[in-house]
Design a protein around this ligand. Structure first.
Ligand code: FAE
Length: 547
């Protein structure tokens, strides 16, 4: 059954009662089960994109964490949902039989509309390693603003397609600093457990970790952290750890053990394509349109909203433009996508009542990357799983949590690579630039210095203990820190400022933000569990109370 119906005479915005239908009975059964069975159904559903002139009860812009939670819970409550995604479906293998390409052999599937790769580790032994690719709607977007490149996933599943799967719940004592207006007891008793169960987060088997060659790099990281007095903590991941052990045994096709990570993972990672999205599709009330980019949302004359979108081909050209209507619109285009849309719509007159907080409070989650050169007797291994499983916690004393990251080149490098999340307090703003007709971001590269100082609280001490030095050949020629990127954009439509305390946009009934844009710039750890848990909390309230 299509989620879309033509808007005919007398069709009204969905009633409060309609929005509420079935809520009580289904939301109690929050955890997802048996989702993999729906995968085949998922592929076939994408062949019917939303039609021009269609009407949706609820339209969700984006299919990442926030959007997938919203779609599932709305559908379970009886609401028909149209999800609109600018990226591809990622359900069809290429000529090599794989849906995604590897880290070490990137092709056109790797990047969103680029002619050259833009790898975060883009030098090796001082030589540039980015390579030419053909322009294609690939899975990883390296979106450039002045001062920072923001990496984001593009496709059905959003960031879950490209991320490392680290599913980290912030420490309870840090929560008030992350989301001060939210009841922490509710989050830790209800919504974090609900999100973690639905996402399938689990910790690596410590016995296997201690013995497998694939995690030698992380054992070196743990040993060195310990010798400098820092706790190394295992963190959960949504990768299927049993599958990884089967990869090691050679009984299944390799994925994490075959250099697949940020250009997509073909087998073992439980991306949203294996969890929330098939569960949403299985309700029969959700339709997803890939390669459709929303360009405008404005009040419709008869109530609800007019939504404009461009259908794209795989070169990024507009094939056709569509106009649809929706009673409710959920902005789930990610921190950058949602912020850019809202700022432009406010400042060009389509949604003029949005408040001045829209566009503000954006941060990089304090991301800083660095490599260290180990002693010859501390090799990190030519075999490295692509999935991180632990980090070094110096948040309280030094303002840094460092993920011990793999560098899966296939050869011994003696390098330890880290992605640090630091307590960088700088916040940038999105503004509409009338001259360029683009949205700018006011981030400054120099602001990363605070994050570098915090990361040094860990790595200067480890270098001193180990008698080692920083690598200067991974991010340029004699460049120690990668201070030009973030994987973790957060904020831009901050909860309880641009929206009410549940994501309802101030100024417009029936418009909501439900993604990383709600979170003011930092989560102290990797962010997607917090984005998912907050979305679970907010959608429950919106379904119950409307508005
Ligand atoms: P997101 O997942 O970005 O979804 C937004 C979706 O909206 C995307 O699919 C877009 O293509 C789509 N979209 C944007 N604009 C439009 C438009 N105008 N019309 C239609 N569709 C649109 O948003 N986080 C962790 O917690 N652990 C990790 O290990 C981790 N590793 C990462 C590694 C990499 C390389 C990257 C890039 C990110 C990583 N992250 C990680 C961050 C995480 O993936 C990110 O916080 C979430 O995906 C954000 O979720 P949202 O729902 O906000």
């Amino acid at each position: 059954m299509s989620a879309t119906a033509r808007r005919g005479p007398g069709t009204r915005a969905v009633s409060r009662r309609g929005f509420l239908a079935g809520t009580g009975s289904v939301l109690g059964a929050a955890a997802l089960g048996g989702v993999s069975a729906s995968r085949a159904a998922a592929a076939s559903r994408y062949s019917t994109p939303i039609g021009n002139g269609a009407h949706a009860q609820a339209l969700v812009i984006g299919t990442g964490y926030g959007g997938s939670v919203a779609a599932l819970r709305l559908a379970q409550a009886g609401v028909s949902v149209e999800m609109v995604e600018m990226g591809m479906a990622w359900d069809t293998p290429g000529s090599d039989g794989k849906i995604f390409c590897t880290l070490t052999n990137p092709d056109n599937r790797s990047y969103w509309l680029r002619t050259k790769t833009k790898a975060p580790v883009n030098f090796f032994l001082g030589f540039p390693i980015d390579k030419a690719i053909s322009k294609y709607t690939g899975v990883l977007d390296a979106e450039e603003f002045s001062g920072i490149t923001v990496y984001q996933g593009r496709g059905i599943g959003g960031g879950s397609l490209v991320n490392g799967g680290m599913a980290v719940t912030p420490k309870r004592e840090n929560f008030a600093g992350i989301l001060p207006s939210i009841n922490a007891d509710e989050m830790y008793n209800v919504y974090y457990p609900r999100a973690n169960a639905a996402l399938g987060a689990a910790v690596i088997d410590p016995n296997w970790f201690n013995n497998t060659a694939w995690y030698q790099f992380a054992r070196v990281g743990r040993k060195q952290a310990g010798r400098s007095g820092f706790p190394f903590v295992f963190v959960p991941d949504v990768y299927d750890w049993n599958y990884m052990q089967q990869e090691d045994a050679g009984t299944v096709p390799k994925s994490a053990l075959a250099q697949e990570l940020m250009y997509g993972n073909n087998y073992g990672k439980k991306s949203l394509q294996k969890t929330y999205i098939p569960a949403a599709l299985a309700t029969g009330k959700v339709n997803i349109s890939p390669l459709h980019k929303v360009t405008s949302v404005s009040p419709a004359p008869g109530g609800g909203y007019t939504v404009l979108m461009d259908q794209l081909d795989t070169s990024g050209n507009v094939v056709t433009s569509k106009q649809v209507t929706a009673d409710k619109v959920f902005f789930a285009a990610g921190s950058v996508g949602t912020s850019k849309l809202l700022v432009r719509l406010r400042d060009t007159g389509q949604l003029p009542n949005l408040n001045g907080q829209v566009g503000q409070g954006w941060g990089d989650n304090g991301n800083i990357m660095v490599g260290r050169a180990n002693q010859i007797w501390d090799p990190t291994g030519s075999k490295q799983a692509t999935i991180p499983c632990g980090g070094i916690d110096n948040w309280t004393a030094g303002g840094a949590f460092a993920e011990v990251a793999p560098l899966p080149t296939g050869i011994e490098t003696w390098a330890s690579l880290y992605l640090s999340i630091t307590n960088n307090q700088h916040r940038a703003q999105f503004t509409w630039n009338n001259t360029t007709q683009q949205v700018d971001l006011s981030w400054q590269q120099a602001w990363k210095q605070d994050g570098i100082t915090m990361a040094k609280s860990i790595f200067d001490r480890i270098n001193s203990t180990e008698g080692t030095i920083y690598r200067t050949d991974l991010f340029g020629v004699y460049k120690t820190w990668n201070d030009t990127l973030t994987y973790h954009p957060l904020g831009g439509a901050v909860i309880n400022r641009a929206t009410d305390n549940y994501g309802r946009l101030a100024g417009y009934q029936g418009l909501y933000v439900i993604d990383g844009a709600l979170i003011p710039g930092n989560t102290t750890v990797n962010p997607f569990v917090t984005i998912t848990a907050l979305a679970e909390r907010n959608i429950e309230n919106i379904i119950a109370n409307g508005g």
